[in-house]
Design a protein around this ligand. Structure first.
Ligand code: SAM
Length: 228
């Protein structure tokens, strides 16, 4: 993408009614204006609210918003140029149950209130494999403790990744911290998929930009779901 195109996308993002780009001081040790009020003030209904973290171009939020019109979705990422794609597509299609939040996930506690979120999806996160990167892993205890502040008591976290290291790291976290593992597979596109209900089958077959890149390299796709 050229620099000029990027600037144009950034300008469009500022005008999109369903894109929120809080300044650092609005979320860092602060409560964002929509914290606790996303449904009341933005979606204008009481439907379950689902977050997609590290959403990139937002394929999961966008895909699930169509599969589950009775749920609301918010895609979260720090990279606006990627997010533009999901934001643009969903706006053009007139979807009313999707929003995008451009922020660092480190500041997510400032954005959502207690019991506000029903479910989380984490799609192809950076695996952060080096020891010194451990604290940056999105399923590490630092992040899970942040999510627990706004996830409902029975709320679930879904992870889809090609990365065996990250998948196994998350399984270890589940075991170590006593989270409840509901489902796991290191090959989502096989018998596991056939055992799911039709909507979940459709959901698991949404393919993100990074999934396509990794699949072309022959990486099997892993999936797991747990209650933290
Ligand atoms: C490998 S990409 C995956 C994107 C998308 N889910 C996909 O599958 O195509 C990882 C994404 O995580 C985002 N990301 C990584 N760390 C982040 C953080 N701390 N806060 C917000 N976004 C982050 C990056 O900007 C990037 O878009």
């Amino acid at each position: 993408m050229s620099g000029k195109q990027k600037l144009q996308h950034f300008a469009e993002m500022k005008e999109f009614p369903h894109v929120f780009e809080p300044a650092l001081e609005e979320v860092f040790r602060a409560d964002y204006k929509l914290k606790g009020n996303w449904n009341k003030d933005f979606f204008k209904n009481d439907n379950p609210l689902v977050l997609e973290l590290a959403c990139g171009k937002g394929e999961y939020s966008h895909g699930m918003a169509k599969i589950y019109p009775e749920r609301n979705f918010i895609g979260v990422d720090i990279k606006g140029a990627r997010m533009w794609k999901g934001a643009k597509d969903s706006l053009e299609e007139g979807l009313k149950n999707i929003a995008f939040l451009r922020t660092r996930i480190e500041f997510i506690e400032g954005c959502f209130g207690e019991n506000e979120i029903d479910e989380i999806w984490i799609t192809f996160p950076d695996p952060q494999p080096k020891d010194r990167q451990e604290k940056k892993r999105l399923t590490g205890p630092l992040f899970i403790n942040r999510y627990r502040k706004f996830l409902k008591p029975n709320g679930k976290i879904n992870l889809k990744t090609d990365n065996a290291f990250f998948y196994n790291f998350t399984l270890e976290q589940i075991e170590e911290h006593g989270y409840e593992l509901e489902a796991s597979t290191d090959k989502v596109y096989g018998d596991f998929l056939k055992e799911q209900d039709s909507k979940m089958q459709e959901t698991l077959q949404i393919r993100t930009h990074y999934e396509k890149l990794f699949s072309e390299k022959g990486h099997p796709i892993h999936y797991l779901r747990f209650k933290p």
